[in-house]
Design a binder for this molecule. Structure first.
Ligand SMILES: [Fe+2]
Ligand SMILES: [Zn+2]
Length: 470
């Protein structure tokens, strides 16, 4: 009986003890411009000092607001074009009237089954003003002027989650990324194959956050496992690969050569999301150990030791190509490619690592002032991903399937001789994230779902209309 392992974005307490020292620092989610701006107000309930309505810096904002209690509803005030909600004496969220009207989720404005907008946004007067605004137990109730009366109710938890003035940062423990290095070897994340395939989806959820399993060493079982996650993404390497080192495809993966830590398909505009691979057999030879490196961990080290290199790798675009097959030339669009370290443009968080030095194309767009600095930066990056502290080496055995997040985890292998048969597949990143979101909704609902799941008309066709993804 052998093991199946996966190394996605780990969020499991078992590995947390080993990697907690690598926790990323909090990155503020709002720029000062997002939280600036005042609001002329008059109070409709209770009283609050004018000072409470002044914009506040994010540093002052609480990291987490308490749930709204029926005995202590928020204070509401309205101004010319906004509604302000006082969560406590210090924290206010402001919502523009037009924003509120556009986000109504009543059955006339939002299709409860398809979860698509029905309201005609362009019919909303740009200067719409509510007729009445009232705090109710279930949420903020807003009556709008129209020929037939229109009342919107916005759950409190949903308003807190979607507050944009200011952004209220509520840390989501389930989504916290735990960085890992070589010490993960002591206790790699794992679930059993039976758990993963069980109909209740619990094992699948565990597997997408933290995996390992027992798997018969056959391509058929591996393919079933991949399909359990989502649609297989077909590429120039096929749909489901089953290959040896015969150079059947014009790529170094199909040789016996050592491969340094890299992510796959850097030459795509959207690189594959998950990579699943399974060593089916290795006969008449040795070597071929697998290498896994947490790119987010390596990036955190780079940022610490060489912040200027981190900045450069976050900024300079790197072109790439796959051209080993006469029938195809793959390049990303735009052809100048993407930075090695991709960030979420809204939150500033590291979102994607793209790195395969072998597939890099001509760097003909480099600022001449930056050429030497850029080479120094990739040298520093290479040191981070090849440091023994980062490298997790594992000698796979038939029956051990590896699942990695190709936007985060780099992989490689040592050279080998003999005959090695591998199989595996890619899953698109949206496919994988969709599955994870569905399972999170089911097994780890966030504060908005917990607060609204019991509201009348909230859950339609198995999905809550207040789901934070909508
Ligand atoms: Fe690869
Ligand atoms: Zn409506």
């Amino acid at each position: 009986m052998l093991k199946y392992r996966s190394l996605l974005g780990l969020s499991n307490a078992r590995v947390a003890t080993q990697v907690s020292r690598c926790r990323p620092r909090n990155i503020s989610r709002a720029s000062s411009s997002q939280i600036s701006g005042g609001l002329a107000t008059h109070l409709t309930r209770a009283s609050a000092s004018a000072a409470a309505l002044r914009p506040r810096s994010l540093e002052d904002a609480p990291q987490e607001l308490p749930e709204v209690s029926p005995d202590d509803l928020p204070i509401i005030s309205t101004g010319d074009n906004k509604v302000a909600i006082g969560w406590d004496t210090r924290t206010w969220s402001r919502f523009h009237n037009i924003w509120l009207r556009d986000h109504c989720r009543c059955p006339k404005c939002f299709h409860a089954i398809t979860k698509q907008r029905l309201v005609d946004t362009f019919e909303i007067p740009h200067d719409i003003i509510p007729v009445r605004v009232e705090p109710k137990v279930e949420g903020l109730e807003v009556s709008w002027p129209s020929t037939d009366p229109h009342v919107s109710v916005y759950p409190w938890s949903w308003l807190q989650r979607n507050s944009y003035d200011p952004v209220i940062h509520k840390p989501d423990a389930a989504k916290e990324k735990i960085l890992w290095g070589a010490k993960i070897e002591q206790s790699p994340p794992a679930v059993t194959y039976e758990e993963m395939m069980a109909g209740d989806d619990k094992g699948l959820f565990k597997s997408l956050t933290n995996i390992a399993s027992v798997l018969p060493p056959t391509p058929e079982s591996t393919e079933k496992l991949v399909q359990r996650i989502g649609f297989i993404r077909e590429t120039q390497y096929g749909r489901f690969w089953d290959f040896t080192s015969d150079l059947a495809k014009g790529d170094m993966a199909y040789t016996t050569l050592a491969l340094g830590a890299h992510t796959d398909t850097t030459y795509y505009t959207d690189p594959c999301g998950l990579q699943v691979f399974h060593l089916l057999s290795h006969t008449d030879g040795s070597g071929g150990a697998s290498l896994l490196v947490d790119g987010f961990y390596a990036a955190s080290i780079l940022k610490e030791l060489h912040p200027e290199s981190y900045e450069l790798l976050s900024r300079v675009h790197v072109p790439a190509h796959a051209a080993g097959e006469p029938s195809a030339i793959y390049r990303p669009y735009p052809p100048s490619g993407y930075p090695v370290l991709g960030h979420n443009p809204v939150t500033g968080e590291l979102a994607q690592v793209r790195w395969n030095n072998d597939d890099r194309s001509v760097m003909n767009h480099l600022d001449p002032q930056l050429v030497e600095q850029w080479y120094n930066a990739i040298r520093a990056w290479n040191q981070c991903i090849t440091s023994p502290d980062s490298e997790f080496w594992i000698q796979l055995q038939p029956g051990t399937t590896v699942v990695i997040d190709n936007h985060r985890v780099l992989h490689g292998r040592s050279a080998f001789d003999g005959k090695r048969r591998m199989c595996g597949a890619y899953v698109g990143v949206d496919e994988y994230r969709s599955k994870l979101a569905v399972l999170t909704e089911k097994f780890a609902p966030d504060a908005v779902l917990r607060a609204t799941n019991e509201l009348p008309m909230a859950v339609v066709n198995g999905r809550n209309i207040w789901n934070s993804a909508l």
